[in-house]
Design a protein around this ligand. Sequence first.
Ligand SMILES: [Zn+2]
Length: 238
Amino acid sequence: MRIADMHWRQVEDWLKRDNRCVLPVGSTEQHALLSLCVDNILAERVALEAAAPTGVPVFPPVNYGLTAYFMAYPGTITLQPETYVALLGDILASLAGHGFRRFLIVNGHGGNADASEELLTQARERHRMQVIWHNWWNAPATRAATRAVDAEGSHASWSENFPWTRLEQVTQATGSKPVADMDLVDTMTPTQVRETLGDGNMGGVYQKPDEDMLKIWEVAVRETRELIENGWDPNAQL
Ligand SMILES: [Zn+2]
C-alpha cells in the first residue's frame, strides 16, 4: 500500500501484525528520448503492483541516486556515494526505530547497487533488520523474460521503453544502436560519455511491441511479489 494513501495510525496498526515494508529507489538521469525519471517510474510501479495484494506499505521512492557518468546530460542529478549511503542509512534507521524488521529495496538503477553492501552491513550490525536489495530488472526470472525477447538491451533502449516511460508528444527513435563497451564507458569523463553515446541509448533496439513489454512486466511484478511474500530468511535473528 502506498504510504501516501496511509495515515500514521494505519502504519502503527500494520506494525502490530507485520514488520515488512518496501522502498523503491531510482535515479533522475538521461534516458535518451524517454523520461528522465525512467528508473523512478519503473521501480515505484513494480513495487506498488507487487505489494498491492499483500498490503505491505511502499514508501515514496528515493528519486536520486549515483550517476556521475551522465552528468553531461542536462537534467541528470547525481549524489556523492557518501551522501547516498547516509541517506539510505537514515531511512533504514527511521524504519528500524518504528519496528520494521524486513525491508525490501526495489532498485531501478544499476549505479545504485554500489551502495548496497554498505547498507546491508548497517542493517545487520546496527538495526537487526533484514534487508533485501532487489535489482528488479535483472532478477533471474525478469532477466530471462527480457532475454527471451532480445538478448541485446541496455540503458535507455527498448528494455526501458514501456508505455509508462515514453513521453506524450515525443516521437521515439526507431531502429537500433550498437551496444556500447561498458568497461570503456567506465573510464570516460562525462563529456566523453556524451560524445560516445550521443542520445544516451547505450545500445540495442529502441522499441519493441507493447505486447512483449507487458509480458516482461508481468514477470517482474510476480518476481518482486514473490520476494515480498517469501524472500525472507525465517531463521534471521531479529
Ligand atoms: Zn534506467
